[in-house]
Design a protein around this ligand. Structure first.
Ligand code: MLC
Ligand code: AMP
Length: 499
């Protein structure tokens, strides 16, 4: 019996004694032992009552066992649902109530509130406690073999939540084929092999760190230096014995701030890849001048996996995201009519292919709005395409802020602010930020006759939204700038306060 993703990513490593995951403490997990760990996790999931098709929510630290939990979930035929560790309990409650998982895996420190949330949907809770206790210790006691649950290409492997411009987060349903086809294309395009050693400093609850980085490494049998998070010193130390790095633009601007970062530290490196947010041309050029490496920029989305990439061998042009990936169709269309636009004109990127998701969990109407009947998905990103097919992103049709590679939807923050006593209305927007690319600012209009209590706003926001979404500045205003149609002019706010 087959399990599309497991058979391609994990099963081939049964006799592979090479290093797969190398942790911060130097602990190395070989591929063969990772495969065994996956089986132990799968056995544990079944023992915890997880059946094929069930959702497994994971809001846990970045450890080798968290990666094994992903593999074990796939092997057990269940659906992996990773969540940002920065999400508050209020945010977690929404995801849990929407996805109704059979099991929630969380950090030990969150056990009590998570158990409370889990009660509402009858889910079990297990803690991932690192080297001792919790799920890891329980997995040790499980057999290292598991009868892999059959799953076909169209079965779901993962559910990744992504915020929306108009309301609450939507769960993007990703099938085995969506994930595998993209990993295969990228491994091939970027020439990833078992000789590679990847510096992995990205979180593993998003497409970038989990699928783009981890699935390609698994497919190629590459070594992964698994870092708990972005740690400049650790990266500088690992560069001379590594070949590959994937990061958001913030990674590269931070590396460039280190004066000794240059050719000698990066001489063993084969490839630096950037994505999830626009890489400034200036960063690309400075990076090349300092290291001799041209960063390879690619573009993607949670719903679509990767869509385009600059070439491995051809010209990696700063400020562009390259060409549609093999097997992925891209068209640039008029946002109103949906007609394909002539070369060079700005329109919305639409994408179709095996990489494109199956729709939003429990949201058929939202799915129909964004995923056309002919299979094209509307990304909401604005771009132009050259005569030779190269794509340049020029903006976004969606009201979205990208800070350090995290997507922040202003609407979600405005909804929280507008609910607060004394607030008449608010407008949240992004302004340029040297480290994160963009940072969050809130313009707030108090109710008539009241003064704005910024401390109250901060306190309310804190209980409801993850820290990275918090406005870094609150601007009291008498009224928001509006156009003749009554629409808030965020471009005016960005202009006035972005300096
Ligand atoms: C952390 N903080 C942020 C932030 N990350 N604030 C705004 N934006 C961010 N991205 C805040 C913390 O809350 C804290 O606030 C302070 O900054 C320092 O926290 P930290 O944990 O020390 O930060 P650091 O570890 O340096 O993290 C920064 C980062 C991280 C850039 C390394 O955010 C990161 O790993 N980003 C990658 C996101 C990613 O993987 N995106 C891919 C999405 S998939 P305070 O005030 O309490 O000190 C996708 C599709 C695709 O987009 O194409 O890939
Ligand atoms: P997410 O919803 O987290 O998957 O983020 C996807 C969004 O990130 C895309 O719709 C783009 O707006 C943005 N994005 C990803 N890669 C790039 C890139 N290389 N350049 C510009 N924007 C990007």
């Amino acid at each position: 019996m087959t399990n599309t993703l497991y058979d391609a990513l994990i099963a081939p490593h049964e006799a592979n004694g090479s290093a797969f995951l190398v942790g911060d403490d130097g602990t190395t997990l070989t591929y063969a032992n990772f495969m065994k760990r996956s089986a132990q996790m799968a056995n544990l999931l079944v023992a915890a009552g997880v059946s094929p098709g069930d959702r497994v929510v994971v809001q846990a630290p970045k450890l080798a066992d968290t990666v094994a939990l992903f593999a074990g979930t796939v092997q057990a035929g269940a659906i992996y649902l990773p969540l940002n560790t920065a999400y508050t309990h209020s945010e977690l409650r929404y995801f849990v109530e929407d996805a109704r998982p059979a099991l929630i895996v969380c950090d030990t420190k969150d056990e009590a509130p998570v158990t409370e949330i889990a009660k509402g949907v009858d889910a079990r809770v297990l803690t991932l406690a690192g080297t001792s206790g919790g799920l890891s210790a329980a997995a040790d006691a499980q057999p290292g073999k598991f009868a892999t649950v059959p799953r076909g290409p169209d079965d779901l492997a993962a559910l990744l939540y992504t915020s929306g411009t108009t309301g609450r987060s939507k769960g993007a349903m990703l099938s085995h084929k969506n994930l595998l086809s993209n990993a295969q294309v990228l491994t091939d395009l970027w020439r990833i092999t078992s000789k590679d050693r990847l510096i992995h400093a990205l979180p593993i609850f998003h497409t970038h760190g989990l699928f783009v980085a981890m699935n390609t490494a698994l497919l190629a049998g590459a070594e992964v230096r698994l870092m708990a998070g972005f740690n400049l010193d650790a990266i500088l130390e690992e560069l001379p014995r590594s070949t590959l790095m994937m990061g958001v633009p913030t990674f590269y601007t931070r590396l460039l701030e280190y004066p000794r970062f240059g050719k000698s530290l990066t001489s063993s490196m084969r490839l630096f890849i950037s994505g999830s947010a626009p890489l400034l041309s200036e960063t690309h050029t400075t990076f090349e001048a300092r290291t001799g490496h041209r960063i390879l920029e690619r573009y993607g989305m949670t719903e679509t996996n990767m869509i385009t990439s600059n070439p491995y061998e051809g010209d990696r042009v700063a400020g562009t995201v390259g060409y549609p990936l093999p097997g992925t169709e891209v068209k640039i269309t008029d946002p109103d009519s949906g007609d394909i636009l002539p070369v060079g004109q700005t329109g919305v990127i639409e994408v179709r292919g095996d990489n494109v998701f199956q729709g939003y969990w429990n949201m058929p109407e939202k799915t129909a709005e964004e995923l056309r009947a002919d299979g094209f998905f509307l990304t909401g990103d604005l771009a132009t395409q050259d005569e030779d097919g190269r794509i340049t992103i020029v903006g976004r049709a969606k009201d979205l802020i990208i800070s350090g590679g995290y997507n922040i939807y202003p609407k979600e923050i405005e909804d929280v602010l507008n609910e607060i006593n004394g607030v008449k209305e608010s407008a949240v927007f992004g302004i340029p930020h040297a480290d994160f690319g963009e940072s969050v600012v809130a313009a707030v209009v108090p109710q008539d006759g009241t003064a704005l209590d910024v401390e109250l706003l901060k306190a309310k926001v804190e209980t409801q939204l993850a820290r990275f979404k918090h406005p870094r500045r609150y601007i009291p205003m008498h009224a928001l700038p509006r156009n003749t149609m009554g629409k808030v002019q965020k471009n005016v706010l960005r202009q006035d306060f972005g300096g």
